[in-house]
Ligand binder design. Structure first.
Ligand SMILES: Nc1nc2c(ncn2[C@@H]2O[C@H](COP(=O)(O)OP(=O)(O)OP(=O)(O)O)[C@@H](O)[C@H]2O)c(=O)[nH]1
Ligand SMILES: [Mg+2]
Length: 308
């Protein structure tokens, strides 16, 4: 698996490196604030979040009597970490007979790949995992999940192309109970004839799950492609409104300069990022750690802040 530092290389080299230059060895001037604002906007952090950050930075600069730009850099890092909220480590144990994770997101965002990665992590912690191929809209989507499942030795419950995804999910739950599976991960469609249809279908799947398993789905993870930058935000809002997303998997952070969108996503959607996708290989899914994430966006590590 690439290191977080490698994954964030393009984001770091494009904008955050320049933020570091602006917040270098000089006193803060009005130009410092203007430059910082311009760079944060260019970094795909988005206008509302940039404004929020600048307001808290100005307040802290004045409260703490900060005059040097370099000191402001440290405060910026702290505020960026605060914005992302606390880390939420994966609880690989479960008290439930059957835990259900539903995975949603637009087509091509990386749902199926992320499900493969996630299920192999759970399986390696001793969990008995099963997958439901509820994306029946595309025949290739069913194949993709089945091929992967065969390779990893993880059973996949699928229906025929264009069959009712609700029925697939229902069958998968029954199969999971029968085979004493303790984790069912549901792959869903990213595209139907219309967006309205897609949201209706996802709601329906949710209801099927909820009727068959107490409190299910226990997690609903939204997969967002980081390369979409700001466009990802509106897409995400649609899913969050329709199916109540509990966490985000942010994919394709490797090779994009748009990693700053991470801050906009958390700040504008109020949903925590749980995992980041760092490549196409099976091991390329990392748990999201806000502090490490921010640290690796900047060129040099601040002394004393890499002690965890
Ligand atoms: N570089 C990189 N590529 C990724 C990552 N995650 C997924 N991909 C690639 O993105 C493409 C789409 O991934 P899928 O998992 O098929 O996406 P999906 O959301 O299931 O797509 P649909 O089934 O069409 O809705 C594939 O080529 C993946 O290899 C990642 O973290 N980094
Ligand atoms: Mg898929």
């Amino acid at each position: 698996m690439p290191s977080l530092r490698e994954t964030l290389a393009r984001t770091r080299n494009s904008i955050f490196g320049r933020i570091q230059t602006v917040l270098g060895q000089a006193d803060i001037t009005p130009a410092t604030w203007d430059d910082l604002e311009a760079l944060l906007l260019q970094a795909d952090i988005g206008a509302p979040t940039t404004e929020k950050l600048l307001t808290s930075l100005r307040k802290r600069a004045s409260d703490d009597g900060i005059v040097q730009a370099a000191a402001l850099r440290k405060v910026l890092k702290e505020e960026l970490v605060n914005l992302l909220g606390p880390a939420i480590p994966t609880d690989f144990t479960s008290q439930r007979v059957l835990e259900v994770i539903m995975v949603v997101g637009v087509n091509g965002s990386g749902k199926t790949t992320s499900i493969a990665k996630l299920s192999s992590q759970y399986a390696s912690h001793g969990r008995k995992v099963m997958l439901a191929a509820a994306d029946t809209f595309r025949a290739a989507a069913i194949d993709q999940l089945q091929v992967w499942g065969e390779r990893a030795g993880i059973p996949v419950i699928a229906g025929k192309p264009n069959s009712d995804p609700g029925a697939v999910v229902y069958d998968a739950v029954q199969a999971a109970f029968n085979r004493k599976t303790d984790l069912l991960i549901v792959d869903t469609a990213g595209r139907l004839h219309t967006k309205h249809n897609l949201m209706q279908e996802l709601k329906k799947l949710r209801n099927v799950l909820n009727r068959s398993v107490h409190d299910a789905p226990h997690q609903t993870l939204l997969v967002i492609d980081a390369t979409n930058g700001q466009n990802a935000i509106n897409q995400a809002k649609g899913f969050a409104d329709a199916v109540g997303v509990t966490g985000i998997i942010l994919t394709k952070l490797d090779g994009t300069p748009k990693g700053g969108v991470t801050f906009a996503i958390v700040s504008e959607l109020g949903i925590p990022i749980r995992y980041i996708g760092a490549g196409e290989k099976m091991g390329d899914l990392q748990e999201f750690d806000p502090k490490q994430f921010v640290e690796n966006l900047f060129e040099e590590k601040d002394q004393g802040s890499n002690d965890d």
